[in-house]
Design a protein around this ligand. Structure first.
Ligand SMILES: Cc1cc2nc3c(=O)[nH]c(=O)nc-3n(C[C@H](O)[C@H](O)[C@H](O)COP(=O)(O)OP(=O)(O)OC[C@H]3O[C@@H](n4cnc5c(N)ncnc54)[C@H](O)[C@@H]3O)c2cc1C
Length: 389
């Protein structure tokens, strides 16, 4: 495929963020869009994740944004004309310490205030929803009724097909090597020697977004952070909802095939771009899962893989125009980029086409750290301090 010399909108990165943003822009009538990706389909974090989706957190900002995204997830199959296999099986946030338990009280209040379908679980309800857990360890739990899972291949396939059907070009194996700026605006992006001018440039390059920002001469407050995930051999149905064990920085769910899929964030992980699996994460993840679900004790791990998050200092996404270059937009900084994908794409496309930045997106603007307004979130399975170190 030959590359054009000029387009209206160029999106760098064809993970879930880039593809769904392109789809939402196309849905709003913009068709002169070019999506460029350095790698292969699903090669980034969007093909390497745990597939867990939740719309409730502890802070107003995170809950407002991610509950909007859940609503978008619910409509996505019919909008893109492909079954994205979103399964709202529920999502349980489990606290094993007093600090986390009292944080859940705040989370529950904020979730109720924002209209999220949530339940602060009594011991009896918890035993019903999660009979296989070691209940002596649990100090409190929230059940998000609309949370769940969606296998990433389904949304990635659906989004790509929807773009093809609308005539939007997506080029894989096409690395953006430079971004040229003139008088404080982006004048072109380069793929080697090939120069493309665009009215609007959006960086949706996952963990590589900071280095692309540097090409344009601007800073982005986020850094790559490697995590690992695991899939076990299948076992009989044991765990129904998706789970976050927040004191263990661990998430998991049981797939329709019976595998337990999940991971643990291990403090001290490095930000090197290294996709090799390591020997030391597996035993720690295994201990976290087996202690909470003793019946998983003899399960074998069949697959282990790694991928990159791109956490900002507060773990929240970086959305919208860069404060120093107004025609350079970002959907980056993602830690929960699958859960947040459809919501970000909807609000970003609205902002780009109408100029109106929704307050749920504005909370995650890139300049929030300069303004001293980070969106601190206590129930995320991401240790911000180690992530940004
Ligand atoms: C192990 C693991 C488990 C996870 N679990 C969950 C979960 O359960 N729930 C959840 O919500 N999130 C989860 N995440 C996070 C989620 O996967 C990411 O936040 C999300 O996929 C980010 O999407 P993206 O489109 O921004 O990035 P990516 O999918 O990484 O896409 C970015 C794309 O940009 C391309 N690119 C980079 N540089 C260039 C360049 N110079 N030129 C052109 N293209 C370029 C890359 O090739 C890549 O395809 C997990 C992540 C990992 C690694």
């Amino acid at each position: 495929m030959t590359l054009p010399n000029k387009v209206e909108t160029v999106i760098i990165g064809a993970g879930i963020q880039g593809l769904l943003l392109a789809f939402n822009l196309a849905d709003r009538g913009k068709r002169d869009i070019l999506v460029l990706d350095a790698g292969y389909w699903q090669g980034g974090a969007s093909g390497r994740n745990g597939t867990l989706i939740r719309g409730g957190f502890s802070s107003v900002e995170w809950t407002g944004f991610f509950s909007h995204s859940i609503e978008q997830w619910k409509q996505l199959s019919s909008r893109i004309g492909h079954n994205v296999m979103f399964t709202p099986r529920g999502y349980a946030i489990i606290a094993e310490s007093e600090i986390s338990r009292s944080m859940l009280d705040t989370a529950y209040k904020n979730q109720c205030d924002l209209g999220v379908r949530t339940e602060l679980l009594s011991n009896t309800r918890l035993r019903k929803i999660l009979p296989a857990a070691d209940h002596d360890r649990i100090k409190g739990a929230i059940h998000l009724k609309d949370g769940g899972t969606a296998p990433h291949h389904a949304v990635m396939k659906g989004a790509l097909s929807a773009l093809h059907n609308r005539g939007v070009k997506v080029h894989y194996q096409t690395t953006v090597t430079d971004i040229e700026t003139t008088n404080g605006r982006v004048s072109a992006v380069f793929i080697g020697d090939h120069r493309i001018e665009a009215d609007l440039t959006v960086i949706a390059a996952g963990a590589h977004s900071t280095e692309l920002a540097k090409c344009a001469g601007v800073e982005l407050e986020a850094a790559p952070f490697r995590i690992e995930a695991f899939a076990s051999e299948p076992l009989r149905p044991l765990i129904y909802p998706a789970i976050a064990l927040i004191d263990r920085m661990t998430y998991l769910h049981q797939t329709a095939r019976g595998e337990i899929v999940g991971g643990s964030e291990i403090k001290g992980e490095t930000a090197k771009f290294n996709l090799k699996s390591s020997a030391y994460v597996l035993p720690r993840y295994a201990r976290n899962v087996v202690e909470m679900f003793p019946q998983t004790k003899n399960l074998r791990i069949l697959r282990q893989w790694s991928g990159f998050l791109h956490p900002a200092p507060d773990g929240g996404p970086l959305l919208g125009p860069h404060p120093d270059i107004g025609d350079l937009w970002f959907t980056a900084g993602w830690t929960y980029g699958i859960a947040g994908g459809p919501g970000a794409a909807d609000l970003m496309a609205k902002a780009i086409t109408t100029g109106e930045i929704d307050s749920r997106m504005a909370a995650f603007s890139i300049d929030r750290f300069r303004r001293g307004k980070p969106c601190i979130e206590a129930s995320a399975v991401i240790d911000n301090a180690s992530a940004i170190a």
